[in-house]
Design a binder for this molecule. Structure first.
Ligand SMILES: [Zn+2]
Length: 97
């Protein structure tokens, strides 16, 4: 994925090589971001709190299980929907305070 920096117009590829770091905000919320390699402008990718981390862990555990029972498949689908919702909610909370 090619990303263009809003600030300096530098184009760069978002790969796993791009260092993603995070800073700790109040209430144990992590703000994850990456930096433009040219001007170091920070771009927030997502926020995480303890609940979300726990959920991610559970999703990972379920995804590694094969084959999944119907019940587990349903649980996984539900968790994935919930985590998207909570990600957005947390973003709203942090950015609109
Ligand atoms: Zn830049």
């Amino acid at each position: 994925m090619i990303t263009k920096c809003d600030s300096c117009n530098h184009e760069f590829e978002l790969t796993q090589l791009t260092t993603e770091s995070f800073e700790l905000l109040p209430n144990n919320v992590e703000r994850h971001y990456f930096e433009c390699p040219n001007c170091n402008k920070q771009y927030t990718t997502h926020y995480l709190n303890d609940d979300l981390k726990e959920m991610q862990e559970e999703i990972r555990r379920l995804q590694n299980k094969h084959p999944l029972k119907i019940k587990q498949k349903n649980k996984l689908a539900k968790l994935k929907r919930k985590i998207i919702f909570l990600h957005n909610q947390l973003k709203m909370e942090v950015e609109h305070k």
